[in-house]
Every structure is written in C-alpha cells, then in structure tokens.
Design a protein around this ligand. Structure first.
Ligand code: F6P
Length: 342
C-alpha cells in the first residue's frame, strides 16, 4: 500500500505531529510506503511530491508549520482538476490519501471521496476550532495559550496607564479563541462573530471598569461585527490571492471607545503569531492520536471518513458531517461568561 499525505489551508501547530503519527504507524506496523504532496491540493493537482519516510519525520513533533507546505488551492475550481488529480495519483501509484485540513480542504476531500471515488481519510485541523463533529481541533489549544499570555501581559500595561486595551484575536466566523482566551485571561469584554455587539454597551462596560479603578481589556474576534458599524467594517473584498481580508475591527473599536468614553485606548492585533511556533502538549497529544487513527482507517479501508475527538475517544465520522456547517459558540456559553463583563 502506498499512501499520499497532504496538508491544506492555513497552517496550524500540530500538523507535523499528525504527519509523524501517520507515517510512523504506517511504516512500522503496516509496512506501508508514503509520498508527501506539497502545498495542499496543489501537490496532487500538479504532481508535486516530496519524500516521506521515517527519516523525513524524525524530530518534527515539536515543530510548528508543516513540512509538506500548505495552500488554499481548490482543485474543484481548476480546469480538469479532478482528472489531473486522478492522473497524478495513478502516476505516483498512490492507493489512498490522508488529507489534513480545515473546512475548505476537507470540503474538497469529502467531495473527492463521495462523488469521484478517491480513497481519502481526513484529519481535522484549524486553530479556530470551528469544525463540526469534533470536540476540538489541534492548533486551537496552542492559539488560546498564546492569546491568553498576551492578555496577561496587556493587563499590566493597561493598568499602568489606565488605558483600554483592545485585543483582536483570530476567528473569522466563530469566537472560540476569543471566548476561551478571554475567559482564561480575565478580559472584561469578549466580542464574537456569532453575536453582533452594541458599541454603547461595550462603552458602558468599559466605563464601569474604570469606575472600579481598573483598566479594561476588550477581546474581540476578528470577525465580530458591531450592530451599528456595518458600513465601516463590511469589506469582504478578495485580495489578489483570492483570500477574504477582514478589515480591522480592533482598531475601529478602539477609536470608537476613545470617541464615546473619552478614555485612551490601544489595540493589539495578535494575527498570525497565534498560528506559529511549537504546539502545546495537548495539541501534540491530539494531533498524534489523530494521525495514528487516520492510518488505521486507511488500513480498514474506511474511506470518506474523518477522525474526530468526541469526549476522550477518537471516532470516525463521514467527512461531510464535519464540513456541512460550522461549529459556532453556543449562546448559552456566551451568556455564561457575560457575568464577568464590566
Ligand atoms: O486558520 C484560520 C484562520 O486562522 C482565520 O482565523 C483567519 O481569518 C485566517 O486563518 C487567516 O488566514 P491567512 O491570512 O493565512 O489567509
């Protein structure tokens, strides 16, 4: 058996741990051969491969990023994409694929498996933790730790100057990083894409915090939207690579807070620092288990499935179950943390 492996979408701490788990178990227990495809779906589309064996995965467990490279290439949008993929898989004598990715990469994986008979097993990744059917994706815990450490540090500088500190964290569609890091870091306001926020309410919380002689920390997910600021923030235009660019809700909010409360405010945008560097112990644990279970699914011929964490068990679910809809923050959870606002 020869197995192809690819990593697609935004990179994420733990990708290398999955690759290592897949290859080590595949080689040592099942005697499989592997080939790596470079840059997500671009690899099989263009026949761009890289050697993938035990020496290639040695020492990569704690390394961030992905040794295979990543891209957001979507073969379903390319001319003759499916035919080219099938030809390159045949040329490389690949019997099965392990695709590691988020919503977009796995959306393609699901369609290739269900509609085109390509033998794919999927592994969910995203720092945003917004894939359905799995309790957690690896990368999320690392991102939350990085954001929490940043919030801790911002508390002391905010207090010293009695300023408002607005921290913009990742989360284009969902507020998982915001709500976890905000709660862990003791933020006074947490704003998420799932619920539009009222700037006057935010300013009231900020003011009440000052009245108690503390400097407020506002955590805002990059995809959060104000009730009354649509026109300013609604910039869904695509950049020259076809990616959606969000338009700086953190900076916008700081200015609004200054204007409406008369208090000085600063913004910190954490950005890609949340995706970089070494994975946390939890993410290494989860990513490694996903890798081991993914190659077991290949061995079982259980294609069109994604490995997922449910409770403490790793299970297999149809890929489409994970990609059909995003896993958003439950309003009850948001209400629960609201007790700390203000
Ligand atoms: O991986 C998901 C994510 O981190 C989003 O939260 C963010 O909006 C996006 O990736 C940014 O990705 P890039 O700048 O790499 O296109």
């Amino acid at each position: 058996m020869r197995v192809g492996v690819l990593t697609g979408g935004g990179d994420c701490p733990g990708l290398n741990a999955v690759i290592r788990g897949v290859v080590r178990k595949g080689v040592q227990e099942y005697g499989y051969d592997f080939v790596g495809f470079r840059d997500g779906w671009r690899g099989p589309l263009e026949g761009d491969t890289v050697r993938l064996d035990i020496p290639a995965v040695r020492g990569i467990l704690p390394r961030g990023g992905t040794i295979l490279g990543s891209s957001r290439t979507n073969p379903l949008k390319e001319e003759n994409g499916i035919r080219r993929i099938k030809e390159n898989l045949a040329k490389e004598e690949v019997d099965a694929l392990v695709a590691i990715g988020g919503e977009d990469t796995l959306g393609v994986a699901g369609r290739l498996a269900d509609e085109y008979g390509i033998k794919v097993v999927a592994v969910p990744k995203t720092i945003d933790n917004d894939l359905s059917a799995t309790d957690y994706t690896f990368g999320f815990d690392t991102a939350v730790n990085i954001a929490t450490e940043a919030i801790d540090r911002l508390h002391t500088t905010a207090e010293s100057h009695m300023r408002v500190l607005v921290v913009e964290v990742m989360g284009r569609h969902t507020g998982w990083i915001a709500i976890h890091s905000g709660l862990a870091g003791g933020a006074n306001v947490i704003l998420i894409p799932e619920q539009r926020f009222d700037v006057d309410q935010v300013c009231a919380w900020v003011t009440s915090r000052f009245k108690a002689s503390y400097a407020p920390i506002v955590v805002v997910a990059e995809g959060a939207m104000p009730k009354d600021g649509d026109v300013v923030l609604k910039d869904d235009s695509l950049d020259s690579f076809g990616h959606v660019r969000l338009s700086g809700v953190g900076e916008w909010l700081s200015k609004e807070i200054e204007r409406r409360t008369g208090k000085e405010a600063r913004t910190t945008v954490l950005g890609h620092v949340q995706r970089g560097g070494t994975p946390s112990a939890f993410d290494r644990w989860l990513a490694t288990r996903f890798g081991l279970h993914a190659i077991e699914a290949v061995r079982d011929g259980d294609f069109g499935k994604m490995v997922a964490l449910q409770g403490t068990d790793i299970v297999r679910v149809p890929i489409s179950e994970a990609t059909a809809r995003l896993k958003t923050v439950d309003p009850k959870l948001y209400d629960e943390v609201g007790v700390f606002f203000g």
